[in-house]
Design a protein around this ligand. Structure first.
Ligand SMILES: NC(=O)C1=CN([C@@H]2O[C@H](COP(=O)(O)OP(=O)(O)OC[C@H]3O[C@@H](n4cnc5c(N)ncnc54)[C@H](OP(=O)(O)O)[C@@H]3O)[C@@H](O)[C@H]2O)C=CC1
Ligand SMILES: O=C(CO)COP(=O)(O)O
Length: 329
């Protein structure tokens, strides 16, 4: 079988990790950075010191800031922050080959237009075949070759199968799905819940509270996911429950660490330490979507209220605990 040519858009932690995965068994994988200086530094250091220090780039990874480098790719992995996806997809339009797979690896929802990433890509790249890759996977773990399993969804199951074969390695396993919406909701929402879990850890609420928070977050995700057409088995799978458990349970997560800093008293504007925390961009749009669907999401609402400075962490915890008793659904 010939191996699909792969290019990666976005040279952060996850872009570098996925470029290394794609480099296995390939002679060249273009890794595009929007900042030419960053592309030059990557090419010189052969390591992403800014985002993934201590983990070398594979030989076949070719850093570049020239978008024309995606022209020969049959598979393009889009690994930029969710709020940058529209601009990057639009800029890629003149170069992307007809029928190329455009695999969304960002986890978020477009704030301004309330669009899922697959909707953004459908609008900006009519020639692309969109797919979504999401699941429990820290970039450093993947780069170190630790075992990881994620979901790859495409509307066309044959494409999903082909992408799983193109991207899977001995330690990076892809499971196919056709439920694009289910996979992208899980990835976007878990970042918001991870902020809440981090806050609980920062306030030292204890392991029982952490478990309750994960379970009730999953109930919120399930309610919204079902309202938006996601399949239950997707929400219960790697990209839903799997990623929720990972991100809500580890300070390796930037969203969790952000919430933890907030719980320990850091100000909202300082708590991320300059790192990308997708949940902070997704919280508001997630609850706007939920309200439109008539879905209750009290944990996500609390995160949004704290980030908008309408509520303190302690007041939000108090409000969650004082909610009327109800059936467990
Ligand atoms: N890290 C992880 O373990 C995982 C991350 N993801 C998801 O992948 C996405 C990217 O995350 P990650 O790589 O970790 O983030 P990083 O912060 O490590 O990297 C983001 C990269 O995108 C670049 N960037 C920023 N703004 C733009 C823009 N407007 N146009 C093009 N590029 C831009 C950054 O450049 P600069 O350095 O100049 O700011 C940087 O190279 C997120 O949606 C995240 O949720 C998914 C699974 C795992
Ligand atoms: O998505 C991730 C793991 O699956 C990475 O989480 P953070 O963006 O919170 O670091």
């Amino acid at each position: 079988m010939t191996r699909d040519t792969i290019a990666v858009l976005g040279a952060g932690a996850w872009g570098a990790a996925l470029a290394n995965v794609a480099a296995q068994g390939r002679r060249r994988v273009a890794l595009w950075a929007h900042d030419p200086g960053h592309a030059e530094t990557l090419a010189r250091d052969r390591e992403n010191r800014r985002h993934l220090p201590g983990l070398p780039l594979a030989h076949a990874v070719a850093p570049t800031s020239d978008l024309a480098s995606i022209a020969d790719a049959r598979v393009v992995l889009a690994v930029v922050p969710a709020q940058a996806m529209r601009d990057v997809a639009r800029a890629a339009r003149p170069y992307l080959a007809d029928g190329a797979a455009f695999v969304i690896c960002a986890k978020g929802i477009e704030r301004d237009r309330r669009h899922f990433m697959s909707e953004v890509v459908a609008e900006e790249l009519p020639q692309a075949r969109p797919a979504v890759l999401s699941g429990p996977s820290f970039a450093a773990d993947v780069c170190k070759g630790l075992p990881t399993a994620v979901t790859l969804a495409a509307a066309d199951e044959a494409l999903a199968q082909r992408l799983c074969e193109a991207l899977s390695t001995k330690t990076f396993r892809l499971y196919r799905s056709t439920d694009i919406r289910g996979v992208e909701i899980g990835g976007a929402a878990k970042n918001v819940f991870a902020i809440a879990a981090g806050m609980a850890a920062g306030r030292r609420l204890g392991a029982s509270a952490q478990a309750a928070l994960i379970a009730r977050s999953f109930a919120e995700l399930t309610r919204l996911g079902r309202a938006l057409g996601a399949r239950s088995e997707t929400l219960m799978g790697l990209s839903g429950l799997g990623d929720l458990v990972l991100t809500c349970g580890s300070a390796q997560s930037r969203n969790f660490a952000f919430g933890q800093a907030l719980g320990q008293g850091a100000a909202v504007q300082d708590a991320s330490g300059g790192k990308l925390t997708e949940g902070a961009f997704t919280a508001r749009v997630l609850i706007e979507m939920a309200r439109k669907e008539g879905v209750e999401m009290p944990i996500a609402e609390a995160v949004d209220a704290i980030l908008s400075l309408r509520l303190s962490v302690d007041a939000a915890i108090e409000a969650l605990l004082m909610r009327p008793l109800k059936a467990e659904i």
